[in-house]
Write a protein that binds this ligand. Structure first.
Ligand code: TYD
Length: 230
């Protein structure tokens, strides 16, 4: 089942907040209701963006500074939108994306200290008018998230070193948490904050009811639009 203009849902939050688990559960629940769902992630999600993901997460771009990294995140996002996200939305699919523009606003803008005019320019060229319909912010105290992320890295990939972003200090993670909360407060129409310390199934139920509501609202406004045109 597809909708008239697709639905773009993004997941944001710090490390260890459980985004990938919640994306998997939401995708399963929506597919069980008959929707066509595409799951994807940033940085990455398209061939060009995955190549940049490797450059960014390996730390290879780090010596060139935060501005260079911000440009690469934006370039990856532009390719991802062109090659994967917009085509899926125009087919009427539901797109669930692990991180999107709010991660740049927080990681590069807030804790990378990139000046707001550059962030705004990068946003304009990378996403244009394609903002998410819904952004789910999984909120967790930084210490808990970092502990979870470390446990996961140790348990699932023996001997693997955390990426360069995961090595950063607790204080920075708290600033990022606040950064996501500030965005959600500024854009309450788009953003929903969820307490990521609650039980996984509880969060999954809240997310599903939120998204189902938005789908129903969208269908309602499409019907109203059609009725007005006819
Ligand atoms: P990833 O391994 O996908 O981890 P996570 O589970 O935290 O999503 O790593 C992505 C890293 O890239 C993460 O530390 C956040 C960072 N990032 C940015 O700094 N800016 C961005 O625009 C995006 C999308 C991610």
């Amino acid at each position: 089942m597809t909708t008239a203009r697709g639905l773009f849902v993004t997941f944001e939050g710090g490390e260890g907040a459980g985004k990938s688990t919640q994306i998997r559960l939401l995708a399963e629940a929506l597919r069980a209701r008959g929707h066509t769902v595409l799951t994807t992630r940033e940085p990455g999600g398209s061939a060009g963006a995955e190549a940049l993901r490797h450059v960014l997460l390996s730390g290879a771009a780090e010596p060139f500074g935060v501005r260079m990294e911000a440009l690469l995140f934006a370039a990856a996002r532009a390719d991802h939108l062109d090659c994967v996200i917009r085509p899926a939305l125009s087919r009427g699919e539901i797109v669930l994306c692990d991180r999107f523009v709010d991660s740049s606003r927080v990681y590069q803008g807030v804790t990378g200290n990139i000046e707001p005019p550059l962030m705004a320019a990068l946003e304009r060229v990378s996403i244009g008018a394609t903002m998410p319909d819904v952004t789910l912010v999984l909120d967790l105290p930084a210490a808990v998230g970092l502990q979870r992320a470390r446990r996961r890295a140790g348990a699932s990939t023996e001997g693997a070193t955390p990426d360069r972003f995961e090595k950063e200090k607790l204080e920075i993670h708290e600033k990022r948490r606040q950064g996501f909360l500030d965005i959600a407060a500024r854009e309450p129409e788009r953003c929903r904050v969820l307490d990521a310390s609650l039980d996984v199934d509880h969060i999954a139920r809240d997310i599903l009811s939120e998204v189902v509501l938005v789908i129903a609202r969208q269908a309602g406004s499409d019907r109203d639009g059609q009725a007005a045109r006819s």
